[in-house]
Design a protein around this ligand. Sequence first.
Ligand code: 13P
Length: 251
Amino acid sequence: MRKKVIAGNWKMYNDLDATAELLNGLKKGIGNSEAGCTVIVCPPYTSLSLASSLLKGSIIKLGAQNMYFEEQGAFTGEISAAMLKSAGCEYVIIGHSERRTIFRETNGMINLKIKKALGSGLKPVFCIGETLEEREKGITNEVLKTQLEEGLAGLGEDDVNKIIIAYEPVWAIGTGRTATPEQAQEAHKFIRNVIGEKFSPAVAGNIIIQYGGSVKPDNAAELLKQEDIDGALVGGACLKADSFLSIIRSA
Ligand code: 13P
C-alpha cells in the first residue's frame, strides 16, 4: 500500500509575510495529528529558512524547487544541495517543465542534479511530461521513456527507492486543462512499467508517482482514486490554505 504524497510547488510566489500566512493557515488546518498522507511544501529559496522554523514540530515537510549539481564554486545565482539541507529541506523538485523549457535544462543536467541530491541526502521529486505537440503526434510514451532513462541513468535500485516521480503533462500545467483520470492513469501505468523493466518489480511497486497539472479541489479525488496515481504536485491551488487543505483531505 503506497501512502499518498501531496506536494505544493509555490513557484515564484510568496514573500516572507505571505509565506508565514500560508504556512500558519496550513498548520492550523492540518493540526499535529498524523495525516493519512505525506504533505510537502516547496516555497521559493528566500522563504526556506523561515518555512523550516515555522514547520518545526509539524507533519508538513519542506522541499525546494530546484538546485545546482555542483558542490560549490563560482556559479552566480545558483544554490547547492548542501545549502538546501542546511536550510531544512528534505525534498527537492528536479526537472520541472518550467526549468526544462524556460531555463533550457536537459535530461543530462537533470540526471546530474538527481545524483547530487541523492548523494546529499535530499529526496528528488523528478518531473517528467510531454508537450501538447508530442501528445498529438502520438509520441507521449517515447518522450516519457527517454526522460526516465536519461534522467535516471546510472542509478541503482536503492537510489530509485528514494525518488518520487511527478508526471506533469506540460499542456495541463497552469492551463486549467487537467488530464482526464483515464489519461493520467494510462501514463502512470506506463511509467511504472518502465521503472519495473529498468529496475525491478519491487521498485516499481513501491515508487510514488504523483500527477501534476491543474489539480484543484474539485478534480483531486477523481485523479487520486486511480490505481497508479499516488499523489499530486499542485501549483496554483496550493497558494491558498483552503484549497490546498481540501486537496490534502481528498488524499
Ligand atoms: P498548476 O497546478 O498550476 O497547473 O501547476 C502544476 C505544476 O506545475 C506543479 O509543479
